[in-house]
Design a protein around this ligand. Structure first.
Ligand code: DGJ
Length: 755
């Protein structure tokens, strides 16, 4: 692995363990083309792939048909308005209003390591942007400088690889070297042109993750059509609706085999991610900040940094793709000291009490929880101002002593006495119109003068791009954290951005707001973790609307969805797990009937589904049936026993309920393959069927394994069909048999360990 430049052929080879990307600079003009990306190949002379010997020729050979070349060559940083009519990487308007650009090769440098990315806040301070980092000297970076001499703008394209990953990290920085201000109207972080021939006769499938509140990250798959297939967010967060993710794969790709080109973005704001197929069936995939609600006036001497994109190529199907993303995020993105630690099993009072709680109620939940082995109480929304429903008080981060007499200190002391940790909920970016903060500073809310701002959940968004607002918000959170012993913060965001207006920007800079909003969130969370390095931070946004790689730079776990119905969670978690490690996925056991769906589910099934994430409870433990309460210590014990496999292991998808209708199954396997956890959920009873064969994955073919039923499943039936010790090869090919269980919703969990 590494990065190589061949002086003679002017080819760049960007290599990972199993992939090669090759970039070429054309003679004379200096166009930067991507001539190859795929399985690892020799560093051969790939200049023939530039197709300069066949029409449409490069302009130096055929200036007459310059446009034909520009509109079909595999451009690495395609600009707009000069003859390439496919979606561009960049659109820049000059001071006279022209919006064409053409970036050509100027120079490059290759260096060991990887530099941090920075953005500048309006008051001038630099904020480190979330991006993969090189802790142990494992990275190598290529920086190619392209230049548009007419505009006087340089584009610094950065490509990094790690010696333990098959991902390629790309980012772009624009630098204004001219004497006048230009307007960046669009800047993609990555663009990947793929020749039609890559796919043979069939065009690929596009796979994306889409959803809505309580139904996040469902897997969508459809054949790519001519035209454009896009997912996006203009909501000021990555959103419930789409993930910044698209995978293009051969039509027959499944979880275990098949070629995939996938991309995601380390970013928590507006994005666009798409693939377009043109007149020649060539495909251009791109990902970056959404150009909608974005305009950046780049003044002379200034630079603008786009977020980092992650590119993955694999031939090992969706499991292979997930492994690359999971390992990259765990090894090079998540910084939290909790990454490899067992997280405290928590109980959150949201679904237990909503806003109706007081110290006594919380302590009674905590004391019952403590008896069951639960380690932390998280006090959710409603502890501040006069908030007794979601209509008021956001921004007034003052403890409501009517509910919590003696303040947080009394509560946290009470918890400490019990031996329970204490966690707290915040929604720092928001303000309720009915709050002291809004009364004092109505102009602190994001709004367009003269236009009535749109309320969502009866709240507005604070303009945290203003330093005085951000400092105020920060101080509120920090003061609260200092006022009691608090180990955990759930950072929520319950509405999207709109009415984009900030009093601090002149008309020319107003288009910076949405980008800087995201940077301001990063600034706040970065500061918080600097001041409270031991804090366990969990991000959340009305469930899972800010579940993205950007937030993972700050929090090792993210609340996956407000939908805690274990059946619904099967598809939500299956989509989430495609991209994100299971160690990041907030998953709790909640009460039945479920608070959103009303569905009734057995307690053990709810437990089995939640055990594949960061485990906890979301129910009133004082009110649930006795037999459920009695089952909690057993579940907590399973979390302690198998948490490491889930947190550190490789994840394999065995079956998806969305496809099988009747059942769902997945595995986590320790990296050394000595131990695995298989979870099997029967969603519906299957009449007149045979027991199912489940083929295991990820084991060492030559080791012997024993399989132990650890759930409460059908013990007797299992004893009758339990295979005894078998080799990994047998288990992965012949599989095991799981019985058809009586009734809908049943689970079996298996420990598979070497003997
Ligand atoms: C949305 C979160 O996802 C819930 O868990 C809860 O914290 C509520 N917000 C509180 O308003």
């Amino acid at each position: 692995m590494g990065i190589y430049f061949d002086e003679e052929s002017r080819l760049f080879f960007i290599e990972t363990k199993s992939t090669t990307m090759c970039l070429a600079v054309t003679d004379t003009e200096g166009f930067l083309n991507n001539v190859y990306y795929g399985a690892k190949i020799q560093r051969d002379n790939l200049r023939y792939l530039l197709r300069t010997g066949v029409g449409p020729f490069v302009p130096s050979v055929n200036e007459r048909d310059r446009g034909s070349y520009l509109d079909c060559a595999r451009m690495e940083f395609p600009s707009s308005g000069v003859g390439d009519y496919r979606p561009s990487s960049v659109t820049i308007a000059d001071c006279a209003g022209h919006d064409s650009s053409q970036f050509l090769y100027e120079s490059h440098r290759i260096y060991k390591g990887k530099e941090c990315l920075y953005a500048k806040l309006p008051e001038g301070s630099n904020v480190r942007m979330p991006a993969t980092f090189d802790g142990e000297g494992k990275a190598e970076t290529l920086e190619i400088t392209l230049s548009d001499d007419v505009l006087g703008i340089k584009a610094l394209l950065s490509y990094s690889v790690f010696d333990d990953s098959d991902a390629i990290l790309k980012s772009v920085k624009l630098v204004n070297d001219s004497d006048s201000t230009v307007i960046i109207e669009k800047l993609m972080s990555s663009c990947l042109d793929l020749d039609k021939g890559v796919w043979g006769e069939q065009t690929p499938d596009a796979v994306t993750l889409s959803g809505t509140w309580a139904r996040e990250r469902r897997i969508d798959r459809r054949p790519l059509q001519r035209g454009t297939t896009e997912v996006y967010s203009t909501r000021g967060e990555t959103s419930h609706q789409f993930q910044p993710f698209m995978a293009l794969c051969d039509r027959n790709t499944d979880d275990a085999t098949g070629r995939i080109y996938a991309q995601t973005l380390i970013w928590s704001g507006n994005f666009i991610c798409g693939s377009s197929m043109d007149q020649f069936d060539n495909i251009r995939s791109y990902i970056g900040i959404n150009p909608e609600h974005f305009k950046w006036n780049l003044k002379p001497g200034e630079s603008f940094q786009a977020p980092e994109a992650v590119l993955v190529y694999t031939e090992d199907g969706f499991d292979g793709m997930s492994h690359i993303f999971h390992d990259l995020f765990r090894d090079h993105l998540i910084r939290s000291p909790y990454l490899h630690k067992e997280r405290p099993v928590l109980i959150n009072n949201w679904e237990a009490t909503y806003f109706d709680f007081n110290t006594e109620k919380l302590l009674s939940i905590a004391s019952e929880a403590k008896k069951c082995g639960i380690e932390m109480l998280v006090m959710d929304d409603g502890w501040f101002g006069k908030r007794s429903d979601d209509n008021s008080s956001l921004g007034d981060w003052v403890v409501n002593e009517d509910k919590l007499p003696g303040g947080l200190k009394a509560l946290s002391d009470g918890l400490e006495k019990m031996g329970m940790k204490f966690g707290i909920w915040f929604e720092p970016e928001m303000v309720s119109p009915d709050s002291d903060l809004y009364l004092a500073h109505p102009d602190w809310a994001i709004a367009v003068p003269g236009r009535k701002p749109c309320k969502m959940r009866n709240q507005y968004v604070l303009d945290i791009t203003r330093s005085e607002v951000r400092d105020h918000v920060y101080k509120c959170v920090s003061d609260i954290l200092k006022s009691a012993k608090i180990s955990y913060v759930k950072w929520d965001m319950n509405r999207q951005l709109c009415d984009l207006g900030s009093t601090q920007f002149d008309p020319e800079s107003m288009g910076r707001l949405s980008y800087l909003y995201t940077i301001s969130v990063y600034d706040l969370q970065g500061r918080l973790l600097e001041e409270f390095p031991d804090l366990l931070l969990e991000n959340c946004s009305g469930g899972g609307a800010r579940y993205d790689a950007g937030m993972l730079f700050y929090s090792p776990q993210i609340w996956c969805s407000d939908d805690t119905d274990a059946y619904e969670r099967l598809s939500i978690q299956a989509g989430t797990e495609m991209l994100y490690p299971l160690s990041t996925m907030g998953a709790h056991v909640s009460a039945s009937p479920n608070h959103i769906t009303g569905r009734v589910m057995p307690f053990d099934v709810r437990g089995a589904v939640a055990l594949s994430g960061t485990f906890g409870y979301e129910l009133d433990i004082t009110k649930i049936p006795e037999e459920e309460r009695e089952a909690i210590p057993g579940q907590v014990e399973l979390y302690h026993r198998y948490g490491e496999i889930v947190r550190e292991g490789d994840y394999f998808r065995i079956a998806r309920e969305a496809e099988t209708v009747y059942f769902d199954a997945w595995m986590s396997v320790l990296k050394d393959k000595s131990k695995a956890l298989l979870t099997y959920i029967q969603c519906k009873a299957y009449p007149n069927g045979k027991a199912r064969v489940i083929r295991l994955k990820g084991l060492d073919p030559d080791s012997s394994y024993e399989i132990k039923l650890i759930g409460t499943g059908e013990k007797k039936t299992w004893e009758a069909i339990s295979p005894g010790a078998l080799s990994g090869k047998t288990l992965m090919n012949a599989g095991i048999i799981v019985p058809l269980l009586p009734g809908d919703y049943a689970q079996m969990m298996f420990e598979i360990s070497t003997i």
